[in-house]
Design a protein around this ligand. Structure first.
Ligand code: IPE
Ligand code: IPE
Ligand code: MG
Length: 255
């Protein structure tokens, strides 16, 4: 652990507690580059990335941010070498099993978004167990995007809605944004206020396309395994300097 992890236990004094994002989403990118720069296998980067995520989740709790969404595996990541995909699936499974007691102690409620049905059965079992055990926890909400694709999310919602129309549950002119959102994987979860992407890439890579419509985007060159509390502090500082207009005129009330 770096010194920052232990020194930034409290919300830094230059941040305004009343204007913290209610949900932060992270595209955890750069594990491979982190490993490459050290001349070690990519999978070592993924392993280190887990420690970063664990501390960020704890940091959200310490600083009073109620929800964190992490992009763990995209629908496009199946295109990676088989060994890497297999390693990631096994890693997710092991981490879920290993961290369950800790999540209970820290009152974390876990949720998953994405097409889980095609994941290895043993991983699906760990996911089900984690959902079950943490379902009544009311501390930090931790949303893990696994086999998630924004396009796939929107498409599966369309299919479900079309089915319900066909069943006669409602008519097409009753379809509005609220109804649509109830069919997304993220049903019931607030939209992210802040999106952080590590490693410098300026793209969404098919993450939460609908849900990020008005998120503030923060990109840092820092590689994911190096993204510590101080780096998060800087992201929150940048967020608090933004003027969120939501299409309105500066200074106007957003209500
Ligand atoms: C992100 O790091 C982790 C996953 C996509 C699972 P990468 O593996 O994409 O790292 P880079 O982008 O190759 O450095
Ligand atoms: C996005 O990172 C997906 C995750 C972090 C899980 P990628 O590394 O897969 O994205 P691209 O390929 O750079 O767009
Ligand atoms: Mg990448």
């Amino acid at each position: 652990m770096s010194a920052n992890l232990s020194t930034l236990q409290e919300l830094p004094t230059d941040l305004d507690r009343s204007r913290l994002p209610q949900q932060v989403a992270v595209i955890m990118d750069g594990n491979g580059r982190w490993a490459k720069s050290r001349g070690i296998p990519r999978i070592m980067g993924h392993r280190r990335g887990v420690d970063t995520l664990k501390d960020l989740l704890r940091c959200c709790r310490d600083w009073g941010i109620p929800a964190l969404t992490a992009y763990a595996f995209s629908t496009e990541n199946w295109g990676r070498p088989e060994e890497e995909v297999e390693f990631l699936m096994t890693l997710f499974e092991r981490v879920l099993r290993r961290e369950r007691a800790e999540m209970m102690r820290e009152n974390v409620q876990i949720r998953f978004v994405g097409n889980l049905k095609v994941l290895p059965q043993s991983l699906q079992d760990e996911i089900a167990q984690s959902l079950h055990e943490t379902r009544d926890n009311r501390g930090t909400q931790f949303i893990v995007a696994t086999n998630y694709g924004g396009r796939q999310d929107i498409m599966q919602a369309c299919r479900a809605i079309a089915d319900e129309v066909k069943q006669g549950l409602y008519s097409t002119d009753e379809i509005d944004e609220k109804l649509f959102e109830r069919h997304l994987y993220t049903a019931g979860i607030t939209h992210p206020d802040l999106l952080i992407r590590t490693s410098g890439e300026m793209r969404l890579s098919n993450f939460l396309l609908w849900q990020l419509a008005y998120a503030e985007i923060y990109v840092t060159q820092t590689l994911w395994p190096d993204f510590d509390r101080e780096a998060f502090h800087q992201a929150l500082r940048a967020y608090q300097q933004r003027d969120r207009r939501f299409g309105k005129v500066e200074g106007e009330s957003s209500g």
